[in-house]
Design a protein around this ligand. Sequence first.
Ligand SMILES: [Zn+2]
Length: 355
Amino acid sequence: MKQTLWPLTRFTSLVLTAVFMSTLSAQPRVIETATHRFVEAQDGVWLGTGSGSVYTMSNVMVLVGKNDTLVVDSHVTPTAARALLDALPALTDKPIRYLVNSHYHFDHAHGNQAFPVGVEIIGHEYTRQKLNGEAGDVLEENTFRSFSDPVALTVANLERLAAAETNLDRRSRLLERLKVQREYLAAIAEVRPTPPHITLTNKMTLFQSIDGGNREIQLLHFGRAHTGGDVVIFLPQEKVAFTGDMMLPGLPYMGDGHVDEWPDSLEGLKSLEFDYWLPGHGPIMESKEPIVKLQDFLRDLWLKTGRFYREGVSWGEAALQIDMTNHRANFPQIGEAGVDPRAVRRMYQLLDQRR
Ligand SMILES: [Zn+2]
């Protein structure tokens, strides 16, 4: 089954890449540093991804103006954020004025503390409450722990694999991954959640000086979705949106989500006029079609989970049984029946609250 599907999938992605490259500005500028790869979607609008030499985990957007720079998201640790700060001079000599957090999750906001004093951090009111401890300790929550606790095990596994590997090439690749994961493990210990100093609830607009005028930067909250405080960064003139994890090329993590409200919030995103969207993870995207596909998935998931809940099935058992394979054509990562138990546990919490 896999073998017959693979060439088709591969072909599709090649075609998509070709279409994409033809409509993105003729030859987008790409700047690579030791730790990052930056693609210029529009003049002064950069999407940054990690090169793998440092564990960054998420994308960043960098908006370069005439006098200053605005950065969206700060990566997963202070170490990763410092690598970003070291890489930025390859793009611009303008100082950073603002850092915007698309949401509070560790992989987007745990680099906040590494930004220089004087940089204003902007985020949703909810993001502030999560990062200043008002709404619980993010370092003790399931989301952070479920991703971070296994890192020590990953390091141990890589050590074992590298020691047993006799092929020199494969061994050096394992050692490189081991180095990155060891540094990541050490970096986690340094994290001190650092909240935004400036907050918004629904909308904030910034104007950044650029050659010949201003760049309008809209920070928009369309309602609860991936978290209680997702912010979309929208540039109406450049027609670009940075979606954070509210909208990804594949299925986003739902462990802190509001699956019931998420499709409506996506309606707000869909209403914007943009040519590209830059997700919190993954490549630059164009089509709005994936938004509809995610809305369909979320509505269906909420419905199916609700049925198990009302039948009195435990969340753990429901996670094994919920069958979303009817969405496999839209989300190839779906294998057999069963969904992320963290998503189901979260939906059960929301359903409990409604009682
Ligand atoms: Zn997230």
